[in-house]
Design a protein around this ligand. Structure first.
Ligand code: IFM
Length: 440
């Protein structure tokens, strides 16, 4: 018997017709079949002991490479009209590697689910490095090859996933591949990813694509108090994690002070980086509370943050937290989007929420339902406040390889048994399906 997901909640808000409803995944986190592609920096990283919490690798992951038909059937049954996945650059570069995305695209189109590929989600081919400028043009070549192969069926493209997290975790703090601990010397990796994005936009347009965006992670930054030192530290953090990645795209300029830390004269690059976008993808999970530096190393969200950082990241008290320790603050999404609309005005294209979700165990995942329900309502409040929002994607369809956390954090609407690879829809899958029915 179907349950009534709104028995104890008010009726769901109604989103505009034509809204894009989906779920997101990424290649390295679900595909497996590592023997059928070139190696990536994540293969090298996970091979070294102590890098991944449970010592696991993504060699098999969800084996989506072989089970994609079953996964597309789950999408069709869920009732989403779009699916965000990523094209693995190391797979695309291997002989016959694009055949897989050809099959997946056909399967999605046959199921009435619009494919929305991300062209880079952290799995850089081994041997390349974002600290090298040349990686940006190599990426544009990869994008041209993928677009030439799939562009007859795919209209909506996402260039990069979360260059901010990739720079921070992969190059500044060393928690992710490739493991760099460069702190502020990691900034060239950010610039080269942004340049890669701009070159990719040009390559996609040259191939005839007309609906192009990026998936950037953003969240409001809350100062720990009204003290000047806390406000300044929070402003710096906000600049580093939000404005550094949105200003060059939307305003064609780096925030004051940061442009000087980039490699060489970036004036011409900024023209490429600020190629107009058709939509702006936002990955939202939580706000961050930030205070003045305390001069000591701190543990935060599974990371050890070095003492020399000019800010301290603090817990947000009085709100629920996910099993990852991330605060659950739906209204942060409304605040973020209205803040973006105020800061960027007409320069902000229509927004698509390209990721939102939470980790947590169990098939009867009521916490996830509460999280998603709260965030959809918060998103609707942003719409009512005049933000042009066009879509929403849950992270994630399947439990998967959560990077340095291995298989210990489960974000899926569908449970995956990593022994048998059996898929079992969770309560949240049924809830999302029921919610989507209310939007038809
Ligand atoms: O799993 C990741 C994803 O790869 C990028 N955005 C955040 C998710 C949850 O940590």
């Amino acid at each position: 018997m179907p349950t009534d997901p709104y028995a104890s909640r008010t009726a769901p808000p109604r989103f505009p017709d034509g809204f894009l409803w989906g779920v997101s995944t990424s290649a390295h986190q679900i595909e497996g079949a590592a023997d059928l592609r070139e190696p990536s920096v994540w293969d090298t990283f996970t091979a070294a002991p102590g890098r991944v919490k449970d010592g696991s690798t993504a060699a098999v992951a969800c084996d989506h490479y072989h089970r994609y038909r079953e996964d597309v059937a789950l999408l069709a049954d869920l009732g989403v009209n779009a699916y965000r996945f990523s094209v693995s650059w190391p797979r695309a570069a291997s002989p016959g590697g694009l055949d897989f995305y050809d099959r997946l695209t056909d399967e999605l189109c046959a199921a009435g689910v619009r494919p929305v590929p991300t062209l880079y989600h952290w799995d850089l081919p081994a041997g390349l490095d974002w600290l090298d400028r040349d990686t940006a043009s190599r990426f544009a070549d990869h994008v041209s090859r993928v677009a030439a192969r799939l562009g007859d069926r795919i209209t909506r493209w996402i260039t990069l996933n979360e260059p901010a997290e990739h720079t921070l975790l992969g190059h500044a703090l060393g928690a992710h591949a490739p493991g760099g601990r460069l702190l502020f010397d990691a900034l060239p990796a950010a610039h080269h990813q942004l340049l890669a994005h701009g070159l990719a936009v040009r390559a996609l347009r040259a191939s005839g694509a007309a609906d192009i965006g990026i998936a950037n992670s953003h969240g409001p930054t809350w100062p720990a108090s009204g003290d000047r030192a806390d406000i300044e530290a929070a402003d710096f953090y906000d600049t580093l994690l939000n404005r550094l990645f949105a200003d060059p795209l939307l305003l064609g300029a780096y925030p004051a002070g940061l442009g000087d830390l980039m490699p060489g004269d970036v004036t011409a690059d900024l023209e490429v980086i600020s190629e107009p976008l058709d939509f702006y993808g936002v990955n939202y999970y939580a706000p961050t509370r930030v205070g003045a530096p305390q001069g000591t190393e701190i543990e935060f969200g599974g990371l050890t943050l070095p003492a020399e950082l000019p800010f301290t990241v603090l817990d947000i008290e009085g709100v629920p937290v996910t099993d990852f320790g991330w605060p659950v603050v739906p209204e942060g999404l409304t605040e973020l989007l209205t803040g973006f609309r105020d800061r960027y005005g007409d320069r902000l294209p229509p927004v698509v929420i390209t990721e939102n979700g939470c980790s947590g165990d169990g098939l009867d995942d009521q916490d996830r339902i509460a999280y998603l329900d709260g965030h959809l309502r918060a998103l609707h409040r942003a719409l009512e406040a005049g933000v042009d929002v066009r879509g929403y994607f849950v992270w994630s369809l399947l439990d998967n390889f959560e990077w340095a956390e291995g298989y210990t954090r489960r974000f899926g609407l569908v449970h995956v048994d990593f022994g048998t690879l059996a898929r079992t829809p969770k309560a949240s899958y049924g809830w999302y399906r029921d919610f989507l029915r209310t939007q038809r």
